[in-house]
Ligand binder design. Structure first.
Ligand code: PGA
Ligand code: ZN
Length: 419
């Protein structure tokens, strides 16, 4: 089967900001669409998201955030090279690299390359008569990932009502994904009604979490643990934190707004050790800044063996950074975000390399998402083990949860037990 037509256009993400969509038409007449997400607390080492900025084609209502140049790059530079081409995701990703060999797709934009790369993967699954998940794993029981789900949001996603970005829960003792999700919804509902003393209860943050105010990370952990206990789920649901510390690291100091305290790297390692030794925390993400490699290694050497130490901004789904992290024992797990990388096949390669080196893998959405659900299929097809999508609120989030529920209901599956 061949590619007949490739057309990119601008659509909106869940923050109401423009993003790139691509619709690909195959020689059998079928049409396939992919849309790319966008982050807010982005790492410095991510692939380049091309936005129009001021001037030129930015003469529109999107304040420089439009993506008309990325759209034009797909339609004018990429599409002519793909028309008539057979469906081979690796070969087509190779063409995208030839078109723009700069690191991070600086010239044509990682939003242009990822939208194209994703739609080719989707169309290839169709051409082989399979779902996207089954395209990657044709036979055997599929692995439904364990979710880590946002209950409280802070940082860049909630006007810094908390210093850290997320307090999440992991329903590690659930027997199925459907049961896991039911526990999470109950915890979030309890937290929303109990949260009245911590601010406006229905202030929903970028990823659908509750944007409540707390004096400290400890208070936020205590609050979520209280909800878990009141539901009789103590010992069955643990906490996860995304510290997103690059956001409050400057001039070699970690500076917290809520407490007004400032820490050196060494002091912040101890602060994070105190936190993980005090609460039932299964996973901690970005406890240190994206280039504070020494702090990461010092923490990993001293942290409890069971703790998952997860690199997001540290690794930015980049093979070279992952290789350094493996060599320096900086972490024990990697967050996988396709748009940090820019291509489906090389994102998959990063995940495979992590798994081959005994790193846990957590496939993740971005804070700016669309209703597209490819993330769920990739997490399953690639046997990631864990998934992070934000909260259970917002159709851009439920699109992924519902796709996982659909696969669990329809296919032969097992539920991942990483903790
Ligand atoms: P982002 O946040 O999508 O805004 O980067 C998600 C995360 O930090 O995990
Ligand atoms: Zn993160």
């Amino acid at each position: 089967m061949n590619i007949k037509k490739v057309l990119a256009y601008q659509v909106l993400d869940s923050r109401g900001r423009p993003t790139v969509a691509v619709t690909l038409t195959l020689s059998d007449g079928s049409m396939h669409t992919a849309r790319v997400p966008s982050g807010a607390s982005t790492g410095a080492h991510e692939a380049h998201e091309l936005r129009d900025g001021g001037g030129g084609k930015a003469e529109n209502f999107y304040g420089g955030k439009s993506v008309f140049s990325a759209v034009a790059n797909v339609n004018e530079i990429i599409a002519p090279k793909l028309i008539g081409h057979s469906l081979n995701p690796a070969a087509i990703d190779g063409i995208l690299v030839e078109v723009d060999p700069t690191p991070g797709h600086q010239r044509i934009g990682a939003n242009a390359t990822l939208a194209t790369s994703l739609v080719v993967a989707k169309a290839s699954a169709h051409a082989s008569g399979k779902s996207l998940a089954r395209f990657y794993q044709p036979t055997g029981p599929l692995l439904i990932p364990m979710p880590m789900v946002n209950i409280l949001s802070g940082g860049a996603h909630a006007n810094r009502s908390l210093d850290i970005q997320d307090v999440l829960v992991i329903p590690h003792a659930a027997q199925s994904f459907a049961e896991a999700l039911s526990w999470i919804v109950a915890i979030r509902e309890r937290a929303a009604s109990d949260g009245k003393s911590h601010g406006v209860t229905h202030l929903v943050a970028d990823e659908g979490g509750l944007g409540l105010s707390f004096a400290s990370t400890d208070d936020a952990c205590e609050f979520v643990l209280a909800q878990i206990e009141l539901l009789g789920l103590s010992g069955k649901v643990s906490l996860a934190l995304d510290i997103a510390s690059t956001q409050f690291f400057a001039a070699n100091k970690y500076s917290l707004t809520t407490s007004g305290k400032t820490f050196s790297s060494e002091e912040f390692v101890n602060e994070m050790l105190n936190l993980v030794n005090t609460y039932p925390i299964s996973s901690i993400e970005d406890p240190f800044a994206e280039d504070d490699w020494a702090a990461w290694s010092a923490f990993t050497a001293q942290a409890p063996d069971k703790l998952q130490i997860l690199g997001d901004d540290l690794f930015t789904t980049n093979l070279h950074r992952l290789e350094r992290g493996i060599a320096e024992k900086s972490a024990t797990a990697i967050l996988i975000k396709a748009n940090q990388n820019g291509l489906v096949t090389s994102t998959h390669r990063v995940l495979d390399h992590a798994q081959a080196n005994n790193f846990a893998t957590v496939v993740s959405a971005r804070s700016g998402e669309t209703e597209d659900s490819w993330l769920a299929d990739l997490a399953i097809g690639w046997r990631a083990g864990q998934i992070k999508v934000g909260s259970t609120h917002g159709s851009e989030r439920t699109a992924k949860w519902n796709r996982l529920l659909e696969i669990e209901a329809l296919d032969e599956t097992e539920f991942s037990k990483p903790f």
